[in-house]
Design a protein around this ligand. Sequence first.
Ligand code: BG6
Length: 491
Amino acid sequence: MADIGPCYFVIFGATGNLATRKLLPALYQLEAAAKLHADLRFIALARREWSREQWLDHLRDSLNEHLDQCCEAKTFARFADRFDYVAGDLNDPKTYRRLMDELSKPRPGVCENIVFYLAIKPSDFLAVVEQLNGIGINRAHGRHRVVVEKPFGEDIDSARALNAQLHRYFDEDQVFRIDHYLGKETVQNLLVFRFANTLIEPIWNRNYIDHVQITVAEAEGVGGRAGYYDGAGALRDMLQNHLMQLLTLVAMEPPATIDADALRDEKVKVLRSIRPIAPQAVHGQAFRAQYGSGRVHGKPVIAYREEGGVADGSVTETYAAAKFFIDNWRWRGVPFYLRTGKRLADNFSLIAIRFRHPPQLLFHETGAAHLDPNWVVLSLQPTECMHIELHAKEPGLGMNTRIVKLNASYRETEATTMEAYKTLLLDVVEGDRSLFIRFDEVEWAWRVVDPILRDWAQNRDSIVSYAAGGWGPREANRLFERDDQYWRNEI
Ligand code: BG6
């Protein structure tokens, strides 16, 4: 792994949820692993009128809360030493003049490259890039980069408009559209699993696969993010990007090479092949719901509508499920079921591929009459692992079978989310774009979900509620094509 080289790394939204939960812990871990260049400096930018010392107190507290272990004193001192803090509103030109003052301070060794990391609400992206243009530091000297989080836009039209505006101020090779799921180990390993094993490829198609399911379940609720989330909902927040990216990696053809564009070309082909959902088909292919109160991990939790910042009577979905068909030679007729939700029983993310039943039930007259089909299971959370489920005979008399899991895991337990951001942050600085999203991917992914968004926007009278702490509403089962299909809730 290379180091993050000398540069300024400006964090917009430094006190926000994303920076606090993911970005700053990942940067701290890179510091602990000695992966940050001596001449790398951070500028934290947020609205609160804090001094640098107040910012550093906040930084220490939030790292202690979000890292597995408390910060180590020496590492924290090194990390803290790199920071300056700029207070100000994102829409106020004064903020950017202050930023410019910081960037202009003579600091031998710190070069002119700047990474602008927009850990802010998507609706604020444009204001920031316009202001950066206003002070002339978008295309100026050095290799400046802007990192934008998902969702990119809120539908296909707004995504196109945002992209056009972004390109007025930054060239495409300066824009890094991040989807941190692509930095997760299991997700990257999926490519190796598929394309480095001749065993897998011949059966990875409609002839052998019954269906694919992708689940990203979270135990957490909306937390302090209602301001953003209540206007977005689970479909925009998770399904259009994270889950859709996982779908493309499961379904794509082998790329010509492993370079960024070859990979992204194949992902786009998958998105383009997804059968458009007709307005009258939305009910049968998509489902939404919202969490009520309940108990998660044994603790009582409030309903979504009672969370601070959620609009009265909000019908924003915190659970979204959808069924897609990919109309190409490999996948025609194979349903891809995607679901995601907050305040479910556990943090649990899984890609599960179910194979077809054998053509003949040879063991019909024996105890093994009802064989579950084979599964390939790739787990992202709580553990990163991969296994193939096969049937084997139980030792002893009789013809009883049991499921044997061929474990293809490369490690057993480790928190994954920090890893994802660490990998991607290194890539930004090195300019490796393979794990970042090209605009046509964004555009096609919106095209796939737009009919659902439009239907849900028109039907805002009510929404199904589910008790927090379970696996979501039973009504989501209506997406299944057949009675023997079911959501897999365990690894
Ligand atoms: C973010 C979403 O992109 O991903 C959040 O905005 C969600 O709502 C998070 O909680 C989940 O990420 P992870 O890595 O914890 O599964």
